[in-house]
Design a protein around this ligand. Structure first.
Ligand code: LLP
Length: 431
């Protein structure tokens, strides 16, 4: 099994965190999103322990909540002592609703509106990660209006190619995010920030991309950022105290993906930071990291019921299910790989190669191709693994399909963390 919270019971059913998926599907219906709470918590602890063991005092991981945002997840992050990254007033509102301490929240994004800035300062956001000169002016103005000195990081582009999917690569020079180090724009933004009366510059941020298996690009980015820190210190006398290296560590989605040792990666990054700071004769900064996917992806699973099987001789076999791109658009968007299992027939011989298709009215609505399954029937249960990140948070109501619930399996058993959308919920905003 890909993850250790999965097993097969005596009925030949897939179990998730010790619970029979067939029972869970019967109780909560499908499509159903399951999350293993202990797995989320233990990954938070793995990051926290490694960060405190290998990075300078005060360093901490922030959960990038774009991966999966609902009230319960911010409560877990609060309990685990994680900071958070939010990227919209909606994520911020959800965190506030969960009682998350805002001094540990970082507001990201390349297109913050006046409303976002006002709302975030009203809610005493810890830090903005400022993406442009225009945003800097807007924050300065609003901070003055509200009578605060706002803490800010600057998002910089270190010019690193992380060799991941084009759409989730963000550290290269041609990118909508951040100010470019190489051409002097980053330096100009620092000077502009230092001249603002209502802004306190705390440090620099970069994020090079997502689903990155190798730790080398993170090390390269850290070195580029430290060099920049040293350059600014030497030439302008400003010493940044904090360096935020963003998120991006990968998660294995199939057995062909390598497994990732997050602790070892953090150790390598930590020792390179120490070495580089010595070389550059600068003090070691506090280091922040922003994992999203690697906190929640493998803790999630989606269950679907098979609606139809269609065999087209000489072409493909389609297995259609009661969900699809509305709850998981990642195959449609990125041809993302997933492991798909026949949850109620785990011991049946698998000799049927098929395409798992969603229920939306377009041919591109697929969940996976070339999946080996046993002979399936309408009513069978399909499990898609590793759906905790960027599934529910990217879900939509296309074709007026209600979103599935999130059922969390915690120490005391399963409980509904987000209820299933009902048909009438879809009419809520229609006048
Ligand atoms: N920090 C910043 C500033 C980010 O933009 C992101 C992700 C993260 C942290 C977290 O990265 P992670 O640890 O999750 O890789 N929808 C895409 C992924 C988009 C990632 C966007 N930014 C997908 O489904 O693969």
């Amino acid at each position: 099994m890909l993850y250790k919270n999965l097993a097969i019971n005596e009925a030949g059913h897939l179990t998730f965190a010790g619970y029979d998926t067939v029972d869970l599907a019967r109780e909560y219906g499908t499509a159903l999103m399951l999350m293993d709470e202990q797995m989320i918590r233990s990954r938070c602890r793995e990051y926290k322990n490694a960060v405190s063991d290998y990075l300078p005092a005060g360093s901490m991981p922030l959960y990038a909540s774009k991966a999966l945002s609902f009230k319960g997840i911010y409560r877990i992050m609060r309990e685990e002592g994680m900071g958070i990254d939010v990227v919209s007033s909606g994520e911020l509102r959800t965190a506030v609703g969960a009682g998350f301490p805002m001094e540990h929240a970082f507001f990201h994004g390349n297109a913050k509106t006046d409303f976002d800035i006002r709302y975030a300062i009203e809610n005493r956001i810890g830090y903005f990660v400022c993406d442009s000169a225009d945003e800097l002016d807007a924050i300065d103005k609003e901070a003055a209006r509200q009578g605060v000195r706002q803490k800010v990081f600057l998002r910089l582009t270190p010019g690193i190619d992380p060799h991941t999917h084009e759409k989730i690569s963000t550290g290269r020079i041609d990118c909508k995010f951040g100010a470019v180090i190489e051409n002097g724009q980053a330096e100009a933004l620092v000077l502009q920030t230092l001249s603002k009366a209502n802004i306190e510059l705390c440090g620099y941020h970069c994020h090079i991309g997502s689903q990155i298996f190798d730790h080398t690009p993170f090390c390269d980015a850290a070195v580029a950022m430290l060099r920049f820190m040293a350059h600014i210190q030497k030439n302008h006398g400003y010493q940044a105290k904090i360096l935020n290296l963003g998120g991006g560590m990968a998660v294995p989605y199939t057995k062909n993906d390598p497994s990732i040792d997050y602790r070892a990666n953090i150790r390598s990054i930590g020792s390179l930071i120490t070495e580089t700071c010595k070389e550059l004769s600068i003090e070691e900064p506090v280091v922040l990291m922003e994992p999203g996917r690697s906190i929640v992806a493998d803790a999630g699973m989606t269950l679907y019921t098979v609606s139809a099987i269609k065999q087209i001789p000489g072409f493909k076999n389609y297995v259609s299910v009661d969900g699809g791109m509305t709850d998981n658009p990642r195959f449609t968007l990125y041809q993302a790989d997933y492991t798909v299992l026949p949850a109620n027939r785990m011991n049946d011989p698998a000799a049927f190669t098929c395409t798992i298709a969603g229920r939306c009215c377009e041919s591109g609505d697929l969940l996976q191709e070339n999946v080996l399954m046993p002979q399936l029937q309408r009513g069978d249960l399909i499990a898609v693994l590793t759906t905790g990140a960027y599934n529910y948070s990217m879900a939509s109501n296309y074709n007026r399909i209600p979103r599935p619930p999130i059922v969390m399996v915690g120490e005391g058993g399963p409980y509904i963390a987000v209820r299933r959308e009902q048909l009438d919920d879809l009419l809520e905003y229609d006048l």
